[in-house]
Design a protein around this ligand. Structure first.
Ligand code: PMP
Ligand code: GLU
Length: 385
């Protein structure tokens, strides 16, 4: 009877599989099972002490009240400085909205741009939350096919643009594939967006996690025309090991930023005051702690690509901290289930990312775990060849 009271919207939404599998794996570990949890994507490092200290200091100083609902101005200014220095992008603090994680920024965007039936193009493989967020906002997720290197199949992209298309999501470096788009590839996508006057939602949360000399380029930096159409999304979760602090942000043309600011002012108000202070410290201080974490991720990624069995299908990640793997002809669900049961490794089935037959492994875990995992998946591949 109570179920009947739920909205059609609520009933249509799947729970986040990354978070659900992480919960299940954590419960099994707490119950004494010796499982290596490679499901959730969050840095295994602790938030650096100087960042924590700045939050503690701000609490002690009484910085515990509502702030400007779009985020404190010094933080928005620091984000503008970061976007200028790192990405060559000029924004004004009024074009920045700080939210409770990049996830929240993304959802605000869909609320701000989707009318019922508007289409948002999501290139597969995609982060699990994009389609569900679009649906909650009343939009229609339209999935774009990928090529063998996991990048956008450009011909397919061109063929699915309609007069209902509002935006395309671009996630480089990508979760779950780790691919990073080159300048030339971004130019091609930008040209299509400009020609068709569609927005680009550029999710750059993994921008600092790039390896082997790979460079992250923000599509917004290519020219003024594409900058106007692009909404840049970023946050502190991945770069500074701050997933629990819940601070993300967007930068956009003024009308979009204003619409998002209005929505946020009616729904959550500001993100947590002292978490904003911590984010300000993280973004505006010396970056060497963050760089050390990246160097560690790179070592792990190198170990994986050097030691993974040739019997396993995978694509070398140039960024982020994930690798998609495929073994034999199993479905994603079967592969994830058997890896859990037979090898005690928790992964996320690729189906939820639009990557059938694959499972996602996160290498945001210790080198010891990674060595053990590679031994186990290689053994599993050998048994199932
Ligand atoms: N975008 C991508 C691609 C992600 O993997 C995540 C996962 N956390 C987010 C956005 C959201 O990050 P957060 O809300 O922690 O800033
Ligand atoms: N983005 C991370 C992941 O894909 C964290 C969990 C989530 O928010 O989905 O695992």
């Amino acid at each position: 009877m109570i179920e009947g009271k739920l909205s059609i919207r609520a009933k249509a939404i799947k729970p986040s599989s990354t978070l659900a599998i992480n919960k299940k794996a954590s419960e099994l570990i707490a119950a004494g099972e010796k499982i290596i949890n490679l499901s959730v994507g969050e840095p295994d490092f602790d938030t650096p002490d100087f960042i924590k200290d700045s939050a503690v200091r701000s609490i002690r100083e009484g910085f515990t009240k509502y702030t400007d609902s779009s985020g404190i101005r010094p933080l928005r200014q620091a984000i503008c400085d970061k976007l200028k220095n790192d990405n060559g992008l000029n924004y004004d603090p009024d074009q920045i909205v700080v939210s409770c994680g990049a996830k929240h920024s993304l959802f605000n965007i869909f609320l701000a741009i989707c009318d019922a039936g508007d289409e948002i193009i999501i290139p597969a493989p995609y982060w699990v939350s994009y389609p569900e967020m679009v649906k909650i906002a009343g939009g229609i997720p339209v999935i774009c096919n990928y090529q063998s290197n996991f990048k956008i199949a450009i011909d397919h992209l061109k063929s699915i643009i309609t007069n209902k298309t509002k935006a395309i999501i671009l996630n480089s470096p990508s979760n779950p594939t780790g691919i990073v788009y080159s300048k030339k590839e971004l130019e091609e996508i930008a040209e299509i967006a400009c020609e068709n006057k569609i927005l680009v939602i550029s999710d750059e949360v993994y921008e600092k996690l790039v390896y082997g000399g790979t460079k992250h380029i923000s599509i917004a930096s290519l020219n003024q025309e594409i900058k106007q159409l692009t909404i840049v999304v970023n946050g502190v979760s991945k770069t500074y090991a701050m997933t629990g602090w819940r601070i993300g942000y967007l930068a956009a043309a003024l009308p979009v930023a204003k619409a998002v600011a209005n929505i946020q002012s009616q729904i959550t108000s500001n993100p947590t005051s002292f978490a904003q202070k911590a984010a300000l410290t993280a973004i505006s201080s010396d970056q060497s702690e963050a760089e050390k974490m990246v160097a560690e991720f790179e070592k792990r990624r190198n170990y994986i690509i050097e030691n993974i069995s040739p019997l396993i299908t995978c694509c070398k990640p140039d960024g982020a901290f994930y690798i998609l793997i495929k073994i034999g002809n199993m479905t994603s669900a079967e592969l994830a289930q058997r890896l859990l049961q037979e090898e005690k490794i928790a992964t996320v089935p690729g189906d939820d990312f639009g990557a059938q037959g694959f499972v996602r492994i996160s290498f945001a875990t210790s080198m010891d775990n990674i060595k053990e995992v590679i031994t186990r998946v290689n053994r599993f591949a050998e048994k199932n060849k």
